[in-house]
Design a protein around this ligand. Structure first.
Ligand SMILES: [Zn+2]
Length: 349
């Protein structure tokens, strides 16, 4: 039986198709209602290899991403730098069909694929950069474990050799891969493994399941941009902003503020500019964070809650549409025009 989410998606597709067919798209996209609103789009990655098959909700094929940029242009949207877009949102001074483009984490695939395409289309963008793995330029532990297990999804894995626990996983099942990933992450967290120790575990994991780790390193899959690459994009129109140093939001105020401070210090050193805009890692937010963010001089923060921002939105809880391979071209255009915002949608966080 089809899930309620699947049924809702089909109904929305039908409604959007009819709305476009009878001229509602152009009516809404040219309205004052849309003009008063800002669509903040969020992206995670543009695949270097097969990451879009591993996580279609996080990665887009390069041609899919190019198609998005084409549609933004064709729809007559005005793509604004995030800071200017927010200033103009709250001053009720937005141009027609305003859009701001944001990219989370600052992975190498941004540099390789997204950045040249943005230049080609002449669109400004913001990268919310997590900085720890910029300095330690190896694959990001939490995600590379999951990716490696997915790559060898027909194999068996026994964790005995790796972490001393006699646990067997059949990697052809998504649920088992998730359990294996969680077991390895929990082991690393319990043992408080250093970045080097985690990297060593990744090398041994790849070896155990027969994945070519050297190829991952050569292609720089799931790597953060190097300091040189970050400097290059920042001096060519890409705005680099806060995403915490270690991609986490501790519930302790001092630790939370340290994450922002460490992140900001590194970004300032890399770009020469002080970042004041923030994006919650993994879209996880809590009301307790708001006064801490204000104390840290943060002007805006984006979530992964899909909606179009209005001037009545709290600036530290701005909605954002996270685009993905599972969003059809029709749904995407529905968001650009504003029609999709009028239909019911689920909060992500
Ligand atoms: Zn992130």
């Amino acid at each position: 039986m089809e899930s309620s989410a699947g049924v809702l998606k089909k109904i929305k597709k039908g409604v959007l198709g009819s709305a476009r067919g009878c001229g509602v798209f152009s009516l809404v996209q040219n309205s004052k209602w849309r003009r008063d609103r800002l669509l903040i789009l969020g992206y995670h990655g543009v695949a270097i290899d097969d990451e879009h098959c591993w996580k279609p909700t996080l990665f887009l094929h390069p041609e899919y991403f190019r198609d998005r940029l084409r549609r933004i242009g064709r729809c007559g949207c005005t793509v604004l730098p995030l800071g200017e877009a927010l200033e103009r949102l709250y001053a009720s001074d937005l141009p027609e069909r305003s859009v701001a483009l944001t990219f989370d984490d600052g992975t190498y695939d941004f540099y390789k694929h997204a950045y040249p395409m943005l230049k080609e289309f002449g669109f400004p963008a913001t990268v919310y950069l997590t900085t720890f793995y910029a300095d330690y330029n190896r694959p990001v532990f939490d995600v590379i474990v999951s990716y490696i297990l997915w790559k060898r999804r027909c194999a068996f894995l026994n964790l005995k050799e790796l972490i001393g626990e006699n646990l067997r996983f059949e990697l052809n099942s998504e649920a088992a891969r998730l359990r294996a990933t969680r077991t390895l992450l929990a082991f690393s967290s319990r043992r408080k493994l250093s970045a080097e120790d985690k990297d060593d575990l990744v090398v041994r994991l790849a070896d155990a399941v027969g994945v070519d780790h050297q190829e991952i390193l050569a292609k720089r899959i799931l790597h953060i941009m190097t300091p040189r690459e970050i400097g290059a994009v920042a001096s060519n129109g890409i705005n680099v902003q806060l995403h915490t140093h270690r991609h986490r939001t501790p519930s302790d105020r001092t630790l939370f503020l340290r994450e922002i401070q460490d992140n900001r210090t590194r970004i300032e050193a890399l770009t020469g500019s002080r970042p004041t805009h923030f994006c919650y890692p993994s879209g996880v937010y809590d009301d307790a964070f708001l006064p801490w963010l204000r104390d840290a001089g943060v002007e805006s923060a984006t979530t992964c809650d899909p909606a179009i921002a209005t001037r009545s939105c709290e600036p530290l809880l701005l909605p954002r549409l996270v685009d993905s391979s599972t969003l059809s071209a029709l749904e995407f255009e529905g968001w650009l025009t504003g029609v999709a915002d009028m239909l019911p949608h689920r909060a992500r966080a």
